[in-house]
Design a protein around this ligand. Structure first.
Ligand code: UDP
Length: 359
């Protein structure tokens, strides 16, 4: 390592983007440190037979920003793909996000104007619906949809009552008065054909980027860090809240699902959702490999730190750490923001820009 090498911790999408942008836009060298045995962070993948396994649940890259779509397409071919999700409720599968297919399946209503009338009657009125997750959800969809599809899922996913959570989390899900089961509405949407780990390997494949795997980074003074700020500073101001995920893998002779993801909002089962990996593009494969996803409040072996819990208290604590740090923390964990993959890349681009401007 040379004295003016830039040290980046974490080879997920943000860390890889920082490294890639630095060598593209400056003459500096980058040392990219990753604690796991492969690059890709939370969207890491493993090729298996004719399919690609998503190690930490299904990841579909989607964005409204052409610049970000063009950027990822530089590093691998993408399969055009729009996420399809069902919810398993009362032993039936319903379409998500809420759209005319859901309203027909649930209420037998096929005309949008009738669904609009029914929804309008169901919505609960609050003076300030943005107060928390629950008031926001009830104000958008009403009690029936909230209880059937949202309350239990959210309680399992976040480990608390939904009213303790911020409203923006439920605003991630669109509500459509037309027939469209695409989980997201973004203009550009796809999955890298060879998987995200290969995509990230291509991003950092450069003579001036050195990648070190299986290293926790404790021996380095980082310039950019994409991991948890509280852990880095040994929790000196207290612990930030995160949700951790674990996955149980199973292989079946036959396809039981026919779709890439099924959510389980019922509190009678512990997992939040399953992913049927072949339906992330290779629908005709005979590999029926399914991962069951569980959400937890603490780290343990085999779990990944996945979501910041953005309550006002946690956000304030994060700001305290951040204001006393001379290291640039970024990415989903490092910036303590619930961002999607495209925004993780954007954070990486903006962060690398800081270096370019300041050196
Ligand atoms: N959600 C829910 N039921 C579902 C799917 C989502 O209640 O079937 C809520 C839940 O609180 C979740 C949030 O909507 O955390 C955002 O969902 P999204 O699918 O965007 O979550 P992610 O894929 O990022 O975990």
């Amino acid at each position: 390592m040379k004295a003016n090498d830039i040290v980046v911790i974490g080879a997920g999408l943000t860390g890889a983007t920082i490294a890639q942008q630095i060598v593209e836009k400056t003459d500096r060298n980058v040392l990219l440190i990753e604690k796991s045995s492969k690059v890709g962070g939370m969207c890491a993948t493993t090729p298996y037979k004719d399919i690609v396994l998503h190690d930490y649940g299904p990841h579909i890259f989607f964005t409204k920003e052409k610049e970000l779509w063009d950027y990822v397409n530089r590093f691998g071919d993408f399969r055009q793909y729009r996420a399809q999700v069902k919810a398993s409720v009362d032993d039936r599968l319903y379409s998500l996000p809420f759209n005319m297919n859901t309203f027909q399946e649930l209420w037998g209503i096929k005309e949008p104007y009738l669904a609009a009338q029914k929804l309008a009657k169901s919505k609960v009125k609050f003076e300030n619906p943005d107060l928390n997750f629950e008031t926001k959800a009830l104000s958008l969809v009403g009690e029936e949809l909230y209880q059937k599809f949202i309350y239990g899922y959210t309680k399992k996913q976040w480990g608390c009552e939904p009213k303790e959570l911020p409203a923006f989390i439920i605003s991630r899900l669109p509500i459509r008065l037309y027939y469209d089961n695409s989980y997201q509405s973004a203009l550009f949407s796809g999955i890298p054909i060879e998987g995200y780990t290969k995509l990230v390997e291509n991003m950092v494949d450069h003579p001036r980027i050195k990648v070190k795997l299986n290293e926790d980074g404790n021996n380095y003074k980082p310039d950019f860090h994409t991991g948890a700020i509280d852990e880095f500073y040994k929790y000196k101001f207290g612990e930030l809240g995160y949700r951790y995920l674990s996955f149980v893998w199973a292989r079946a002779m036959l396809d039981k699902y026919g779709v890439q993801a099924v959510n389980f909002p019922g509190l009678n089962v512990a997992h939040t959702r399953i992913a049927c990996n072949k339906h992330l593009g290779c629908h005709d494969s005979e590999c029926n490999i399914v991962s069951y996803e569980y959400s937890h409040g603490e780290m343990a072996d085999g779990r990944i730190q996945a979501y910041p819990i953005n309550t006002p208290k946690n956000n304030d604590l994060y700001q305290k750490y951040k204001s006393k740090s001379d290291i640039n923390f970024t990415g989903r964990l490092g910036s303590y923001k619930y961002v999607n993959m495209d925004q993780a890349i954007k954070l990486g681009m903006e962060t690398a820009q800081c270096l370019k401007n300041s050196k």
